[in-house]
Design a protein around this ligand. Sequence first.
Ligand SMILES: C[S@@+](CC[C@H](N)C(=O)[O-])C[C@H]1O[C@@H](n2cnc3c(N)ncnc32)[C@H](O)[C@@H]1O
Length: 212
Amino acid sequence: MRRFVIVGRTAIASGRFLPKDLPGTSGRLDVLLRCIRAALLVSHGVRRDTQVYLVLLGGEEAPRTVRIDGATAKFLRPDERSLATLIAKSLGAPERGAAGFDEVRPGVAIARGGLECVLEDIGGSSRYVLEEGAADLREVPLNAESCTFFVGDHLGLDSAALEGLAGASRVGVGPVSLHAEDAIVTVINELDRRDAAGRRSVATGNGPPGSE
Ligand SMILES: C[S@@+](CC[C@H](N)C(=O)[O-])C[C@H]1O[C@@H](n2cnc3c(N)ncnc32)[C@H](O)[C@@H]1O
């Protein structure tokens, strides 16, 4: 299982934003939506062995975390607008007061809480923080069977998050500061290349015709 955790320092933790003006109304949730696409979607398919966590730290309802499971999520679309609608509906779903992650739509679960909920959920998965200037991913041994990568948003990871991840390995993906979604793609490409079975993790069929 591969997991990607994106910490949105300002991303709004409620569905009250305008899909037409995501950057201006959502605390830059758009950055995190692009990470969903990068981590979970391939051409005509979904990575079934991957989960994405969006830690939402913006707005009055924060902290909340959305978990999207490629194994069971339905009708994921690559465009930001569709992903924004999915996240807005999920955040607006009635809460049942369950502890931890509560599935509100197929493959989409919400937790009241931030990074601590994620760390509990991922259990013993090997932890890696994507950090500029850290040891090159290509030179680092990775636990490809069970790995979790923590990624910052447009502002980078805050000190509280870094403190919570003190025991995690730091890895870099090259000499240039990338957008979060591009850093994720670079990691996935390295994992795919190391995966002897290659495409075994990718399943096609993501809802009705029309998906790219
Ligand atoms: C747009 S960057 C954040 C830039 C921010 N100014 C900072 O200093 O962290 C978003 C995230 O992508 C990841 N990232 C970007 N470039 C990277 C690189 N070359 N190596 C490792 N991680 C990188 C980091 O997790 C970073 O927090």
